[in-house]
Ligand binder design. Structure first.
Ligand code: ATP
Length: 352
């Protein structure tokens, strides 16, 4: 793991009048770039040639660096070029996926917004579960032995991109029949399928204000499960196997009386992160959860960086409007934090 003091030394050499907020061109890059510009920063996007026109057509980037392969970002020479431009990198889902959490921790020496230790805690299922338990969240039951399956379960594979290949099973027989396709030796998790309504709240924690903010919320639109539900009465006898591949995001607000629970869950996740991997979680995160008909939230995942559902709210959400009274996306909130840290001479509290 690259020592944070080495990164802070690089940061000390930066020309703070000309910081450049940068990210990889995919996922939430448009929002991050616009947010940086709205807060008065220069910005830069690193993308493959096929994505270049997106960033030039939307006109949100001051500089576009094209590369052939995202792994090039980790080359020493390329990183030095970024440092020469006073770059602060903002990670997002595709950023982490393209570069890999391990290589980001070990090889990326360009200053990055947030605590990079968090990437390992969110990408390793055992660590993530430990974190969620430590935070006192209610989690779905997990079954170590398929023969114990006594209710509807979702079988999950590690590193699945947006739920790919997950399958449902109602009993041990159905599990055995379906797992054959993937081979029994692979790693998988057998998790209770929680029936209820899903919520993906987008939080932001700043150590500068020591406040957890609820900026917005979405529901993932998933294929084919969300398509099946429209035809369930017609498909009764020929129901296809449901899958959970994310294809889009829908906006949502929650019943106001449920807000205390949602806010408290965010606060507990931050507190637990500080106890488990100090300085803990910094910046945007999302707790993926289901609300049951007992109005109880069951959480099944933490994403410890900006999530794609925030793209619904480039112009702000009902919640961010209450907090800021100006268009405050998650991307802009990141840039605001950098601006506030700069004013306090405290960049090293939010950049690692
Ligand atoms: P990502 O890494 O993109 O968040 P993933 O591949 O880790 O996705 P999950 O987020 O764990 O996948 O799950 C994908 C989808 O499966 C969820 O959005 C949700 O619809 C459904 N899902 C996952 N776990 C449960 C659960 N325990 N109960 C009910 N639905 C679930």
């Amino acid at each position: 793991m690259i020592d944070s003091s080495a990164i802070h030394r690089i940061l000390e050499g930066y020309d703070c009048e000309h910081l450049s907020v940068a990210t990889i061109g995919s996922h939430t890059a448009l929002q991050i770039l616009k947010g940086a510009r709205d807060e008065g920063f220069e910005n830069l996007v690193i993308c493959r040639e096929d994505m270049e026109k997106v960033y030039s057509l939307f006109g949100v980037a001051d500089e576009i660096l094209t590369i052939g392969d995202y792994r090039q970002v980790l080359e020493r020479e390329f990183q030095n070029e970024l440092i020469a431009r006073n770059v602060i990198l903002v990670p997002h889902g595709s950023f982490v996926e393209y570069l890999s959490p391990g290589r980001i921790e070990d090889e990326l020496f360009v200053p990055m917004f947030g605590n990079r230790m968090v990437l390992e805690w969110e990408s390793n299922r055992d660590k993530e579960r430990k974190w969620m338990i430590h935070a006192g969240l209610k989690l779905p039951e997990e079954f170590n032995h398929p023969e114990d399956i006594d209710r509807l379960v979702l079988v999950k594979f590690p590193g699945a991109k947006g739920g790919k290949n997950y399958f449902l099973a109602a009993d041990p027989e159905e599990f055995e029949r379906k797992i054959r396709k993937f081979g029994r030796n692979g790693e998988f998790t057998i998790q209770e399928y929680v029936i209820g309504t899903r919520f993906y709240p987008h939080y932001f924690y700043s150590p500068l204000t020591d406040r957890v903010e609820l900026l917005s919320m979405d529901i993932r639109y998933e294929s084919n499960i969300d398509g099946i539900s429209r035809l369930s009465h017609i498909l009764q006898d020929s129901m296809p196997d449901p899958s959970f591949v994310v294809t889009g995001n829908l906006p949502v607000v929650v019943r106001e009386s449920l807000l205390p629970q949602i806010l408290e869950m965010g606060q507990r996740v931050v507190k637990a992160s500080k106890e488990l991997f100090s300085p803990g979680l910094i910046g945007p995160f999302c707790i993926e959860m289901v609300c049951t008909d007992e109005l109880e939230f069951v959480a099944f995942e933490i994403s410890a960086r900006i999530v794609a559902g925030t793209n619904l709210y480039i112009n702000g959400s009902p919640y961010s409007q209450l907090l800021y009274d100006e268009p405050m996306s998650t991307g802009r909130r990141i840039a605001r934090d950098i601006k506030e840290a700069l004013a306090l001479n405290a960049l090293d509290r939010i950049i690692y």
